[in-house]
Unconditional design. Structure first.
Length: 162
């Protein structure tokens, strides 16, 4: 397995504009795979049709959404677990906190052992290839949109995890 990366010059302390900048690796995707393509691959490797695979995945997503909305943690064995996370603004006292303080909800995914193995345990089996930064390769891009969704000339984010 091979992972492409480029380097990005970013703050060593996100949120601190005075912090020194350092070079960080940023993974660079080399394409994407659609659900239909994955269903075809799964169908080829099993006795299921791609329509059966798509139906099962869509049913899983529907059930995942239902159970998350009901406050459950969804444990999908080797795939991992899904749980809602709430973002909120702080209140001075417990009594001052209301639902108006809740500003957003996101889904937290914790990979299972099999999925995590592809990255954490798999560092020894991964190879890394440095590629040109998307900003540097923008002149050869077919349009003004880069692979990572940024536009040419846009400044690097201060978040080294972005």
């Amino acid at each position: 397995m091979s992972v492409n990366y480029s380097l990005s010059h970013m703050s060593s302390e996100p949120g601190n504009p005075d912090a020194p900048k350092k070079w960080y690796a940023k993974a660079q995707a080399n394409g994407e795979v659609t659900l239909d393509e994955m269903a075809e691959d799964i169908a080829y490797a099993t006795t299921l049709t791609d329509a059966d695979v798509l139906a099962a995945i869509r049913a899983f997503i529907k059930q995942l959404n239902k159970h998350l909305a009901n406050g459950k943690i969804v444990r999908a064995e080797n795939l991992g677990s899904f749980q809602l996370q709430i973002q909120s603004t702080g209140a001075d006292t417990e009594e001052d906190f209301t639902t108006a303080n809740i500003t957003g909800v996101s889904i937290q995914f914790r990979p299972g052992k099999t999925v995590a193995g592809a990255t954490t345990r798999g560092l020894g089996s991964l190879t890394f290839h440095r590629v040109a930064r998307l900003k540097d390769a923008a002149t050869s891009a077919p349009d003004d949109e880069e692979q990572d969704g940024s536009t040419p000339g846009e400044e690097d984010t201060d978040d080294p995890l972005a």
